[in-house]
Design a binder for this molecule. Structure first.
Ligand SMILES: Nc1nc2c(ncn2[C@@H]2O[C@H](COP(=O)(O)OP(=O)(O)OP(=O)(O)O)[C@@H](O)[C@H]2O)c(=O)[nH]1
Ligand SMILES: [Mg+2]
Length: 261
C-alpha cells in the first residue's frame, strides 16, 4: 500500500508544532550532561503550556547533544547552541530574547544543576500574578522566611552571604536574595528593562537585571525555596568571576549615578 502524502512508511510522525507557550523556562548550560535530562523531565511535567529554551555554550561534555536529541522529538524543547561570544551573561540574554520571540507572557530563568527545583515554579508564578499584589519579578529566595540554603558547605554559604550583603549595600536593592538565579519574570518587565541590551558577559547578569528592575520601580517579591547543592558536574564559579561580579556591581552604581541606567 502506498503511504499517504507527508508520511513515510516506518518513520515516526513529525512532532506537532508547539502552541504559543504560557511559560518559557530558560536554562543556560555549560557541562551539565548529568543534570539536563532530569531537569527537562521535571520542567515539561509542569504542564503542556511549558516550553524550555536551553542555551548551551558548546559544552565539551555534549550537553547540547542531549538537548538537540530531545528537541528533535519534542517541539516544547528549544536549543540555542552557541559557539561564539560565550558566557553565562551572554547566554542568559540570548535565552530571554528567544523566550520573548516565542511569545511567552511569563519567563523563568534557572540553573541547570538541580539547585533550583521545578516544584517551586507554580508558587513563583502564582506570586507573580497575585498574592497581596501582582509584581513584575519574583525571586526564588533562600533568604526569605521559609527559604533554606543548608545543603552547601559553610564556606560556600559564607561567600553567598557576604556577596549578598555587599550587593544590597552598594546597589540598595530591596530584596534579601540578590544572588538568586531562579526568577520568574513578567514579559513586560523584560521589555521595560530592555533585556536584549544587557551588558554583563558573565554571572553578574543576575545583579544587572535585578538592579535595572528595581531602578524601573517594578515590584519585586520573594518566594521561599530550598536550595540544593549540585549532585553532578562541577561549579563554574571561580575567584575571577566572583571579583568581576564585584566590579560590575560598582559599575552599575556608577552608571546609575551618571544617569546611564
Ligand atoms: N551557557 C552557559 N552557561 C553557563 C556558563 N557558566 C555557567 N553556566 C550555567 O549557569 C548556571 C549556574 O552556574 P553554576 O556553575 O552552577 O554556578 P553557581 O550556581 O553560581 O555556583 P554553585 O553554587 O557553586 O553551583 C548553570 O546552569 C551552568 O551550567 C557559560 O559560560 N555559558
Ligand atoms: Mg549552581
Amino acid at each position: 500500500m502506498t503511504p499517504p502524502p507527508n508520511e513515510t512508511a516506518g518513520a515516526p510522525p513529525a512532532p506537532e508544532p508547539p502552541r504559543r507557550p504560557a511559560v518559557v523556562v530558560t536554562v543556560p548550560t555549560f557541562n551539565e550532561s548529568g543534570n539536563i535530562g532530569l531537569l527537562l523531565d521535571g520542567l515539561l511535567a509542569l504542564g503542556p503550556g511549558f516550553q524550555v529554551v536551553v542555551i548551551d555554550d558548546d559544552s565539551p561534555d555534549g550537553t547540547w547533544k542531549i538537548v538537540a536529541d530531545r528537541a528533535a522529538r519534542d517541539p516544547r524543547v528549544h536549543l540555542l547552541h552557541r559557539r561564539a561570544d560565550k558566557g553565562r551573561g551572554r547566554s542568559g540574554r540570548d535565552g530571554f530574547v528567544k523566550a520573548l520571540e516565542l511569545g511567552a507572557p511569563v519567563v523563568i530563568e534557572m540553573d541547570a544543576d538541580l539547585s533550583h527545583q521545578p516544584k517551586y515554579i507554580p508558587d513563583m508564578i502564582r506570586r507573580l500574578n497575585g498574592g497581596p499584589s501582582a509584581v513584575g519579578l519574583v525571586l526564588g529566595s533562600r533568604a526569605t522566611q521559609g527559604g533554606k540554603d543548608a545543603d552547601r558547605g559553610v564556606a560556600r554559604r559564607g561567600i553567598t552571604k557576604l556577596a549578598n550583603l555587599y550587593i544590597r549595600v552598594v546597589l540598595g536593592v530591596p530584596v534579601r536574595d540578590c544572588n538568586s538565579g531562579f526568577r520568574a519574570w513578567r514579559r513586560e518587565t523584560l521589555e521595560t528593562i530592555r533585556v536584549g541590551e544587557t551588558f554583563s558577559a558573565g554571572p553578574a547578569i543576575v545583579q544587572e537585571l535585578l538592579f535595572k528592575t528595581a531602578r524601573a520601580r517594578i515590584g519585586i517579591a520573594e518566594v521561599p525555596i530550598e536550595f540544593q547543592n549540585r549532585q553532578h558536574g562541577e561549579s563554574t564559579l571561580t575567584i575571577g568571576k566572583l571579583l568581576t561580579g564585584y566590579v560590575t556591581v560598582l559599575k552599575l552604581r556608577w552608571m546609575s549615578l551618571v544617569g546611564r541606567i
